[in-house]
Design a protein around this ligand. Structure first.
Ligand code: RNT
Ligand code: ZN
Length: 446
């Protein structure tokens, strides 16, 4: 057998050199070639995909505004009491660095407005938020070569106490949240400009009704008017991408969500904003994978919040299940990838929070790779009207050695292959646990 394989990307090692790992890859590569798939092309594409890692997994969506940790409200619920929650910007960044060092590829970090830091000039408040509050994040991201994304935080605040923000009947409340979202867009544009990579600013509001509202239309008219006010300022598209995120329901908003899917889909289409599709925001039998090709022709782009709903919008850690595989397959379809941004959105306080990031991001990476490794014969069979062949090849594809290709991806990016990453997370937890036992850590195990 030849030790090298000729590919469109040059010659690569087959069974020679690099030990058992690359031997496994060499065999996998050959097997894929026989199915018409160039693993080198798939790996090159995968290496170009950046995931937007949600900072809020690291501290149970607490942020740095107040001292006393508590429920973020807005229908969000964090469950679990695993020790080690990050309580300061430095702790959160240290944890993110650990996670990022175990996820192959070059990624982004997604911030919420509540993760700002005092700048010594303007107070760190929602309505006075400014770029200065994010300078440390920018310096850190620049050092590590990361992009940043952003979100206004329209919850965990006295002005959101009754579950309404941008659609509140009280004009003063609406104004407050409009001001906050406008400031958030400016911060996002600043992050995008400073880091030379457009920053997605995603607006999600918790607005909804526990019981049947008498006038749904009035609330929705106010939300549309407020969103228009938020987006009124024109900011350069090369720095900022605007998106809106709908939801089916939340705790305390069971009877009506003002920013429902239909409402924000229609809004995004008409007002030319990105639509954010969160996998936990739909009826459990609805396929988010199916929505990509349905929506993409009519919106400028899609932001995905990759999550795992379990019975309700439970924000479980992403795992490599059928929903994820189906979504990733659609996301890498020809022409789709450049128009889709991949964000993660879950928060689990019941397991090590750094591990939660790594497990979810690696699962998504594997799913994307499987999509990129799909044998072209499946599409060809469909184009010929050969449904038997399509189904047969789809099933056979599940047995192809994608694991060996993923291991090679990890190896090339210098991150641990297989479960070896877990030991690194455990060591990190041991190192940091000594400092993280102060009184503000309510998430310690009892
Ligand atoms: C809430 C939305 C939203 C939040 C984050 C913290 O249901 O999914 O995206 O999870 O902004
Ligand atoms: Zn989300």
């Amino acid at each position: 057998m030849s030790p090298e394989i000729e590919t469109s990307h040059g010659r690569i090692a087959g069974s020679s050199g690099g030990g058992p790992l690359s031997r496994a890859y060499g065999l996998a590569r050959r097997r894929y070639l026989s199915a018409g798939v160039d693993t080198e092309a798939a790996l090159a594409t995968l290496s170009g995909i950046s995931l937007s890692i949600q900072c809020w997994q690291g501290d149970d969506v607490q942020g740095f505004e107040g001292d006393a940790p508590g429920s973020p409200g807005g229908g969000l619920a964090i469950t679990g009491a695993h020790p080690g929650r990050a309580r300061t910007p430095a702790e959160l960044r240290t944890d993110l660095e650990c996670a990022l060092s175990l996820i192959p590829g070059r990624h982004r970090v997604n911030l919420h407005a509540i993760y700002g830091e005092p700048d010594g000039k303007t107070p760190l408040r929602r309505d006075t938020l400014g770029p200065g509050h994010f300078r440390n994040w920018v310096a850190w991201a620049r050092d590590l070569g990361l992009g940043l994304d952003f979100n206004p935080t329209c919850f965990a605040h006295p002005m959101a106490a009754d579950g309404l923000t941008l659609s509140h009947p009280d004009r003063a409340v609406r104004r407050f949240w409009i001001a906050h979202c406008r400031r958030a867009r400016r911060v996002a544009a600043f992050l995008g400009r400073e880091l030379g990579s457009p920053c997605v600013c995603n607006v999600w509001v918790p607005d909804g009704f526990k019981d049947t509202p008498a006038d749904r239309g009035a609330a929705r008219a106010l939300l549309a008017e407020s969103l228009d006010a938020v987006f009124a300022e024109r900011l350069p598209a090369r720095h900022l991408v605007d998106s809106v995120e709908p939801k089916l329901f939340g705790i305390g908003a069971e009877s009506c969500t003002v920013g429902s899917h239909d409402f924000l889909l229609a809004y995004a289409v008409q007002r030319r904003r990105h639509l954010c599709l969160d996998m936990g925001h739909f009826h459990p039998t609805e396929s988010v994978a199916d929505k990509l090709s349905a929506v993409l022709p009519f919106v400028p782009g899609i932001l995905l919040h990759v999550s795992r709903g379990v019975r309700w919008d439970s924000d479980h850690v992403v795992t490599l299940n059928d929903d994820l595989s189906a979504l990733a397959r659609e996301a890498v379809a020809p022409g789709v990838l450049p128009r889709v941004r991949l964000g993660m959105d879950y928060f689990d306080a019941s397991i090590d929070r750094v591990a939660a990031w790594v497990i979810g991001a690696r699962a998504l990476g594997r799913a994307l790779l499987s999509g990129l490794l799909e044998p072209p014969g499946i599409r060809t069979a469909e184009a010929r009207g050969d449904r038997t062949g399509r189904l047969a090849l789809q099933e056979e594809a599940k047995g192809l050695p994608a694991g060996a290709v993923w291991d090679e991806h990890c190896r090339r990016h210098g991150v641990p292959v297989g479960e070896a990453w877990l030991e690194r997370v455990r060591r990190h937890a041991e190192r940091t646990s000594r400092e993280r036992t102060g009184p503000s850590d309510t998430s310690r195990a009892p």
